[in-house]
Structures are given as C-alpha cells and as structure tokens.
Write a protein that binds this ligand. Structure first.
Ligand code: TEU
Length: 528
C-alpha cells in the first residue's frame, strides 16, 4: 500500500487520557504522562494513536461533554502540549487521531449557556432542540424518545421549555439542521487538521440528525427518529471534502445492526472507515465469529472500504473478562457484572483472539491495557464515576471497570501510574502484576505476544488488505488463508487439533502439545 493508504491496514491504539499515565502526579492521567509513555507505543509497534476527548470539559462523561473543542482541558495540559505530542509521535512514526463529539456539547459550552439565558424563541435556542412541554402546563416532555443511557431524554429549564439530550442532561444535543452548527464543526475539523492530526474518530456518528417533527418513537417504524437519518450523509460528504484537503481520515462510531445501512457511511465520498461492532459483540463461538467476519467483509467489499476490527474500548467489558464467562457475548443491557469468571480461560481466549483479529483483512483497534491483558475491575460503589451508573439508578455498574489507571512499574506506588495520592479510579489488588515492566521481559506475557504479533504483521507478507479464504477444518476450528501462503488457525473446540501442512510456524498464542497439535482456545500463524 502507499503511504496515504496507511489506514487501510493500520493498528490503532486507543488512549483514554485520564487513565493512561499521570505526568503531574495529581491523580488524573494527562498529556505530559502520555508523551513520556509514547515509547511504549513505539515498542509495541502501532501505526497510530487515537485519543478519546482531551478538550476542555466538566468531565461529566469522561470528556464526551465538551465545553471548548479548541482547548485542551487544564487537567490534561495545554494546546501547546498537544502540538508537541503530535510532533513527537510523528517523529516516532505514530499518527494521531482525535475524537470529535458532534452530537452534543457540554451544558457549560458557551452556546448552551447563552441559549438558556436568551429564553424561548431566541436564535440562541435554535442551535439546540428546545421545545415547550406537553400536558396542560407543559409539564410533560415533548416526546417519548428512549435515551442512549437510562433515564429521560428531555430536561426542563426554569422558564418551562425542555431541551433534548440523548445522553445525560449535561450533554445537550445540537440542532444539525442549523447552518451555524455545521459551519462550526467544519471549522473545528480544520483546526485539528491544521495541527497535524491524521484522522478523526466521530463520536455517536449515526445520531446527529433528528426527525424534524420530533415525533414520538414507534417501535419498528423506519426510519428511527434519531438513528441513521438520511440527512447524515450530506454532513459526512462535506466533512470528507475537508479531510481530503489534508489527507486525513475518518473512523465513525456507527452502531447499526443493519449491514447495508452501515455500509452507506463508507461510500467513497463519505467516511473512510467505521467501527465494526458485530465482531466485538459476537460470542466466542466458531460459527458466530465466522459469520461476523463474513458479514463484515461482505458489507465492506462493494464500497471498497477496509473493515475495522475492535475487541474492546472504553465503553465495554474488557475482553479477558468477557471471554472468561459462560456468556461471552457483549451486550450493553446485560453486562453480567459479578457473574463467575475464569480469568485463565478468558486470557487464553483473548490471546487467541488477538492473533485472529490481527490476521483479518483491514485495520485493528487496540484499547489501552488490552496489550497487558487487563481484566475488567470491580469498582467500589462509592468510587464509581460513570454517569451511566447514576442514570440507571445504580443498577448498571457503568463503564469504569475498563477505565482503571494503567500499571506501568510493578514496584512503584500506584503501579507507576504516576499519581502522588490515589488516582481518580482505584486500581484493584494485584494490578501491579500486569505492569508493563513486569511483562516486558517475560516471553509468556500478553505484552510479549502483542509485540511479536505486531512486528510480524509489519514485516511478514500476507497481512492487512487482501483476500481471506476459509480452509476446510475440523468442527469448532476456524482456519483461513491470506495472501502469500499465510495461514491462521483458531481452535474453538474442546480438544487439541492437528495443524494443516506448513513450512514455518510464525507465532502461537500459547504452547503446542508435545506431538505438535493446537490446544483448545489457542491460535497460530503459519507460513504454508
Ligand atoms: O458512545 C456512544 C454510544 O452510543 C455507545 O457507547 C452506547 O450507546 C453507550 O455507551 C451505552 O448505551 C460514545 C462514547 O464512546 C461514550 O463513551 C460516550 O459516553 C457517548 O458517546 C456520549 O458521548
């Protein structure tokens, strides 16, 4: 591939800055910490790093409530520091992707404060979705839309009008039918492209446009009043023209079960890529995984876009925990917290899944800590920060369990995260065992596996873009060929299996049996 097509088969590392590394010791991860740890990403061998929102924010939703899209939150650092980080990463051959949140702003954003102040009927209110309520005294919300988090989607301001928010009340939704909203975001894109970012992740990309009538929700009636509205495509076409000026790329966060509708975002004049969550939500079962892979490749092929493969992110239960449970699928509704988990089994499967994922055609996203095999942590109730937990009335544990500050040095306080006192979320007992320095020289560690895999993926032929061919395999085994005789075999059956004929074993997620068979829940890369 040429250099401007780097994204077609890139490995992109997701940094959740609050929990990556604390450079100033105040308990919250920051850009100074991230800069000091960039060498970890270079050693790992990733092509790019995606930072979840680092903008000025009250942090009600971990920065997904943005008060100023052109400023870095003081807890994270300064704009100058972000520019240094982008430059320093570039020197190491690592591109930077930022996270743009276009669906909503923080309630502390100057636009929303002005809108509340200006009152009903004002032009300031037109930038949002303000409406009078229903009922005799307007005491009922304007419609019945279900929320993305638990709880109502409307909140009333003192003068009696209501405003729409698909997430928390502190995240009012913008009105994307308003030209000023469009102009502002085009300008924000340019602002970051001018600073050398190579790409943008688009948060909640399928939610921006709302049914103009704001009509009540009707189950099964198409189109959904706020998911996947047709008007979105026009927005992304205008964004694409801007990205093309800079040679920058998009990855859309598009949660859509319908493959055809999903692919419409990937047309050549829209988004370069979008997250494929079919794979992430799929259980650890051969037929289901194979179907997820086939469906994904089939939906991408006609539009010529590369697939993306994601096993984890800052919103979902960590992979080793998920794969260590009886029900290995991920579902927002049933996070199954507290259910019995076999971490050894989950880790074995996550290691196999790493080889599976990295051998598929397309790009791969790696969430910080996945390369360390971190499990989901149980956060003590009085320390939970995620608004999802509070919105659910406490029934949902929320997403903090996958956002625990990273362990870097086993023998340092707070496992080397960098904080003087307690970090913003507590690290569970035993966290130091997962530290980067502990795993670095251990040939059996998850980190060593990832480093080897990423090195092979860069230096050996057959990875990345190109065809995938399923090979005949015993029941419960996934085996496929890639170009240049590259083979990947994953054993999801209960017993060891024979490997196909090969010249060379490139990498195994564990250890073969003494007679050369592949044990259960393991994967290999072979040169056939
Ligand atoms: O998530 C958007 C989103 O729709 C899903 O993550 C999901 O619906 C939600 O987490 C649970 O139902 C993005 C971000 O990834 C997430 O962290 C933010 O909280 C959210 O947007 C709001 O900006």
């Amino acid at each position: 591939r040429t250099d401007d097509h780097w994204w077609r088969d890139a490995v992109i590392y997701q940094v959740y800055p609050r929990s990556f590394a604390d450079g100033d010791g105040d308990g919250i991860g920051d850009l100074a910490g991230a800069r000091a740890r960039l060498s970890h990403l270079a050693d790992l061998g990733v092509d790019a790093v995606w930072f979840t929102p680092w903008y000025a924010s009250p942090m009600v939703d971990g920065g997904y409530d943005v008060a100023d899209y052109r400023a870095i939150d003081p807890a994270f650092g300064t704009l100058e520091e972000a520019e240094k980080l982008i430059a320093q990463a570039a020197e190491m051959g690592i591109r930077v992707i930022v996270d743009i949140v276009p669906n909503h702003v923080s309630d502390q954003h100057p636009w929303f404060r002005a809108a509340v102040e200006a009152g009903p009927g004002s032009p300031e209110r037109e930038l949002f979705h303000f409406r009078p309520g229903r009922g005799e005294h307007g005491e009922l919300p304007p419609n019945d839309w279900p929320s993305q988090f638990a709880g109502p989607t409307w909140t009333r301001v003192p003068d009696g009008e209501w405003y729409l928010h698909l997430f928390t009340p502190e995240q009012p939704d913008l009105n994307w039918d308003h030209p000023a909203v469009r102009r502002e975001h085009e300008d924000i894109l340019r602002f970051w492209f001018e600073r050398g970012v190579a790409g943008v992740r688009i948060d909640s990309a399928a939610l921006l446009v709302k049914d103009p009538a704001l009509a009540d929700f009707q189950e099964g009636v198409d189109p959904h009043p706020y998911i996947d509205q047709d008007g979105l495509h026009d927005i992304y076409r205008s964004w694409r023209a801007i990205a093309d000026e800079y040679g920058a790329v998009f990855v859309g966060e598009v949660w859509l079960p319908d493959a055809e509708r999903f692919a419409r975002y990937l047309r050549p004049d829209e988004l370069h890529t979008a997250f494929n969550f079919t794979f992430l939500t799929s259980p650890w079962q051969p037929d289901r995984l194979r179907a997820a892979i086939d469906d994904t490749l089939a939906e991408h092929a006609p539009v010529g876009a590369p697939a993306t493969w994601v096993l984890c992110n800052h919103d979902v239960t960590r992979t080793v925990t998920r794969y260590g449970r009886e029900d290995t699928a991920f579902d927002f509704a049933t996070k199954a917290f507290g259910t019995p988990t076999d971490l050894d089994l989950g880790t074995r499967r996550a290691r196999a899944a790493a080889l599976l994922t990295l051998a598929l055609p397309g790009s791969v996203y790696l969430y910080q800590g996945e390369e360390l095999g971190l499990p989901e942590a149980e956060v003590p109730r009085d320390r939970i920060q995620d608004p999802m937990h509070f919105r659910s009335g406490g029934t949902d544990p929320g997403r903090d369990g996958c956002r625990i500050p990273l362990p870097w040095n086993a023998d340092a306080p707070h496992a080397g995260f960098g904080s003087r006192d307690e970090p913003w979320l507590p690290q569970p007992a035993g966290w130091a065992a997962y530290a980067v320095d502990r795993q670095s020289d251990d040939p059996e560690s998850m980190l060593t596996l990832y480093r080897r895999a990423l090195l092979l993926r860069r230096t050996e032929k057959g990875f990345g873009d190109g065809p995938l061919t399923w090979l005949p395999a015993p029941e419960g085994v996934l085996a496929f060929g890639r170009p240049h005789g590259l083979l990947c075999v994953v054993n999801l059956s209960a017993a060891p299996v024979e490997l196909p004929q090969h010249e060379r074993l490139l990498l195994c997620s564990g250890t073969l049996t003494s007679d050369g068979r592949l044990p259960a829940d393991m994967a290999v890369w072979l040169r056939g």
